[in-house]
Design a protein around this ligand. Structure first.
Ligand code: ZN
Length: 183
């Protein structure tokens, strides 16, 4: 990312919305925004397959769940934040991933311009690809500032999305077990 260029564009944007970019409170804002973008959008430069280490499974055959993982993303329609909790579950075959890598992988996809449906599916597909598990279940619950801040009706609604593979699709009991454990 070209920080100088982004700062320059933010300064122009400030003028366009009716601001005076030279007033004291805004003096450093373009540079600050440019710096924050390197974090908010760092996901474009990361490859989950390079960053996620996979281990051999030593005989664990039950469902594994990571609950209440915080995530922050930016909606691609309005460039406003949406954020909430993720629930990631899978039943391993031969491979498992380090537990701390689940939030890491979610962040990789969240730190881009996104929609919640795609984000959910990308996490499910990547786990599926990396581990070849018996099944994956992902649920994301999020609030969207583009709904709240713009005064769209039903301001307090929370959006839930889910993506399932393998046993989580084929076996009702597996899916219910997962949904009960994250409820
Ligand atoms: Zn939006």
């Amino acid at each position: 990312m070209n920080q100088d260029k982004i700062a320059k564009l933010i300064k122009e944007l400030l003028t366009e919305i009716g601001e005076d970019p030279s007033r004291e409170g805004l003096a450093e804002t373009p540079e600050r925004v440019a710096r924050s973008f390197t974090k908010l959008y760092e996901g474009y430069h990361e490859d989950p397959k390079k960053l996620i280490t996979v281990f051999d499974n030593e005989g664990y055959n039950e469902m594994l769940i990571a609950k209440d993982i915080d995530f922050y993303s930016m909606c691609e329609h309005h460039m406003l934040p949406f954020f909430g909790k993720a629930y990631v579950g899978y039943i391993p075959n031969d491979k498992i991933i380090g537990l701390s890598k689940m939030p890491r992988m979610l962040d990789m996809f969240a730190r881009r311009l996104q929609n919640q449906e795609r984000l959910t599916k990308q996490v499910a597909d990547t786990l599926n690809e990396l581990l070849g598990p018996k099944g994956v279940g992902i649920v994301l619950k999020a609030e969207h500032l583009c709904m709240k801040a713009r005064g769209v009706e039903k301001q307090n609604c929370e959006i839930t999305t889910s993506s399932f593979t393998g046993l989580f699709i084929k076996d009702d009991r597996t899916r219910s077990e997962f949904l009960n454990l994250i409820a």
